[in-house]
Write a protein that binds this ligand. Structure first.
Ligand SMILES: [Zn+2]
Length: 246
């Protein structure tokens, strides 16, 4: 594939908040990047908008919720992430709107990150297969909630609970976007990204994909990205600057 080179992302930050729709969303591509950053001493917090309870066909949502929360926490530990928040919105039917923005803004105000990372929220991953509706809602919601979090007159009821407005997010990064122009070298931490995905064993089993190999799958993403960075493995990001005028 003849794709243009990727520019390395700016890594001059200390704390990031990852906001995604489902347990496993980070592990399908971006977990190795998270491992790189926690190895650098950065703090990364995960926020799952849903608990992925509609993700396993042969299990009820109540059973699945518990299993997937456990798998996500284990998966986070593999890449050095200690804090995992679950917002508990309903899996599969997340709507873009004020309740979503409010819930994410509260987490941004609580953790005060410099960077917010979400998943690709474009209409597709680059082909014709459509992106999942929750991903699109959550990505757009995260982008807007970052702005909301900095404005004391938006969702002001949260500020009575000891939270302050937080306008310190400089950028939102969408992992795996087909419009990515940036990337990060994950060669050193690729294997931990694989282990992090393997922590979602019940989910992977439930997909029923025969002979699914997490390492092979992730290499299919990381090698083309790495080639565009001039390294072996990489992760791509679409960067949205939250600094006015950039
Ligand atoms: Zn997902």
């Amino acid at each position: 594939m003849d794709r243009p080179p990727l520019e390395p992302v700016d890594e001059s930050w200390e704390s990031a908040l990852v906001v995604v729709a489902h347990p496993d969303d980070i592990e399908f591509g971006a977990a190795a990047a998270v491992a790189r950053w926690t190895d650098q001493g950065k703090t990364v917090v995960y926020c799952m908008v849903t608990s992925g309870e509609a993700g396993i066909d042969g299990m009820t949502p109540d059973e699945t919720r518990e299993v997937r929360i456990g798998e996500q926490i284990a998966s986070a530990r593999v890449v050095g992430v200690e804090a995992v928040e679950f917002l508990g919105l309903p899996d599969g039917i997340v709507e873009y709107g004020l309740p979503l923005r409010r819930a994410i803004a509260e987490v941004v105000r609580k953790h005060q990150p410099e960077i917010v990372i979400t998943n690709n929220f474009r209409e597709s991953w680059g082909g014709t297969f459509p992106n999942q509706s929750d991903h699109i809602a959550v990505g757009q919601g995260a982008l807007d909630a970052v702005r909301d979090a900095g404005n004391r007159w938006i969702f002001p009821e949260q500020l009575t609970e000891g939270l302050q407005p937080w306008g310190g997010v400089t950028a939102v990064w969408a992992a795996g976007s087909p419009q990515s122009k940036h990337g990060v070298d994950t060669t050193e931490t690729f294997d931990r990204g694989v282990e992090s995905l393997k922590a979602h064993q019940a989910y992977i089993d439930g997909l029923g994909w025969e002979d699914f190999d997490p390492a092979e799958f992730l290499e299919g993403l990381s090698r083309p990205a790495g080639a565009r960075l001039g390294v072996t493995h990489g992760t791509t990001f679409e960067v949205f600057s939250m600094v006015f005028g950039e």
